[in-house]
Design a protein around this ligand. Structure first.
Ligand code: NAD
Length: 454
């Protein structure tokens, strides 16, 4: 059994920290303490819970630069991205705090009395987070779950536990009850599994691979445990001949190179209408070459390294030696670097065209017409996001409605927003996070009838 995890800087391979792993017995203790803290928390007046969450948000803001630098060191994120990520946690906490006093039930007309519903907290919620956006993805679960009156146990990914631990210290400093929000670093199949199997954990929020998501779903089924899954993506970027081709080509690289492609919404399947295919490729070459790849702590850098050697090897496995395409540059020497890569001449059903690579690799495929574009866009088990480039409003809406994915952008590769819903169709997930209903996902609806006849 692993007793500690080594956290490496992915840009240099230097050891940053060693973090003790949480055993299954320690998970049990944490659940018991969290359950007690949850009762105290849920008994507070809504305004007091909201105030404490806002105080937590203020501390995250005060410590934003340190959190961002820590994210650069443990995850290899560019400084610009890491600053956005810390700010996103702050905003999520503020947004969730605004929901505490608005988490209202309904009054439903019935004969002989009144009928009212209550949105009750679930109790203890387990959040199992990945390494690709350690801070924001953790906060997508943590902030609304706390706001809805729950306790939260967060298991960060093995490679990125440090920002999570920092956030838990800030929560305590803000005055949240002790043990209400605990971070439990450890291996997925020990600490993560213990959260899934523990009867005292009412819901699991998981973001990560589709393979592990299916295992967790099976584990939750045993106890009919509540579950939200945010899994992989293989999102299309559909460019029609009537689009602004220059802008579509100029923006295509960062739509899959951001975070070195380790983004579940990365637009890694660039589908281009055949009549503008050659022109688009001509424009794409300089756009890919201009992406600045290097030291993530340099403010000008647009793309950093991959998270680990394992991830680098996985990405390499998808790209055959000598494959046709466009390649950017990447540093050599220490660090887990892979250059921006766009493959051409790939069969639409090749693994690199249908499976999530989670690296800076995209394919370009031609299509004939609108129907063909939608067919190709849907030719994967995933359905998380997608972009549609066209000047025809009707087509933009038709194609956005037709593609079986949860998050579409027209003439944009819009990022995830904390105040709009996010989640996947098909094997990209189950349930939705963020948006106006985020808190409700961490409650049970209770219906109470009161007779006026007795
Ligand atoms: P993963 O799914 O193995 O890990 C995600 C989280 O789940 C981690 O915290 C891990 O410790 C935990 N976990 C692993 N096994 C578990 C189990 N049996 N029970 C409970 N928790 C468990 O992802 P990975 O191995 O880090 O990455 C592999 C691939 O997954 C990537 O290449 C990418 O394709 C995909 N991925 C997708 C996302 C996303 O945002 N959708 C995030 C990370 C990884």
């Amino acid at each position: 059994m692993i007793h500690e995890h080594r956290v490496l800087n992915p840009a240099t391979e230097e050891l940053v920290a060693t973090v003790p792993a949480t055993s299954a017995a320690e998970v049990s203790t944490a659940v018991a303490r969290a359950a007690e803290a949850q009762r105290t928390w849920a008994a507070l007046a809504p305004a007091d819970r909201a105030r404490l969450l806002r105080r937590f948000a203020v501390l995250v803001d005060d410590h934003g630069e340190r959190l961002a630098r820590l994210e650069v060191t443990e995850a290899g994120h560019t400084l610009g991205n890491a600053r956005w990520e810390a700010a996103n946690v702050r905003d999520l906490l503020d947004y969730a705090a605004g929901g505490v006093e608005r988490l209202t039930g309904r009054q439903i007309p019935v004969p002989g009395g009144i009928d009212i519903t209550f949105l009750e907290p679930l109790g203890v919620v387990g959040v199992i987070a990945p390494w690709n956006f350690p801070m924001p993805i953790a906060a997508w679960g943590v902030a609304p779950a706390l706001a809805a009156g729950n306790a939260v146990l967060l298991k960060p990914a093995e490679t990125t536990p440090l920002t999570a631990q920092y956030l838990a210290r800030l929560a305590l400093e803000a005055g949240l009850p002790e043990h209400l929000f605990q971070v439990l670093p450890g291996a997925g199949d020990v600490t993560g599994r213990a959260l899934v199997e523990h009867p005292g954990v009412a819901k699991i929020v998981f973001t990560g691979s589709t393979r592990v998501g299916k295992e967790i779903m099976a584990g939750c089924a045993d106890r009919v445990k509540r579950l939200t899954l945010e899994l992989g993506g293989k999102s299309p970027n559909i460019v029609f001949a009537d689009a602004d081709i220059e802008t579509a080509a100029a923006t295509a690289p960062m739509s899959f190179l951001d975070n070195a492609g380790q983004d579940c919404c990365a637009r890694t399947r660039i589908l281009v209408q055949r009549s503008v295919y050659d022109r688009f490729l001509e424009l794409l070459v300089p756009a890919v070459a201009s992406v600045v790849v290097g030291d993530p702590s340099d403010e000008k850098t647009q793309m950093g390294p991959l998270i680990s050697l394992a991830q680098l090897e996985r990405v390499r496995g998808f790209v055959p030696d000598g494959a046709d395409g466009i390649r950017g540059s990447a540093p050599t020497g220490p660090g887990f670097w892979f250059p921006p890569t766009v493959l051409t001449g790939v069969a639409p059903d090749a693994p690199v065209a249908t499976e999530e690579v989670f690296g800076p690799v995209a394919v370009v495929l031609p299509f004939e017409d609108e129907e063909d574009a939608v067919r190709l866009a849907d030719a994967t088990e995933h359905g998380l996001a997608g972009s549609v480039w066209t000047r025809d409003v009707g087509r933009a809406l038709r194609v956005s409605r037709a593609v079986r994915a949860g998050n579409l952008s027209v003439n944009s590769h819009s990022a995830v927003r904390y105040w709009t819903p996010f989640g996947g169709y098909k094997q990209s997930g189950l349930g939705r996070e963020l948006g106006p209903d985020a808190l409700a996902a961490f409650t049970e609806t209770k219906n109470v009838f009161i007779s006026t006849e007795a």
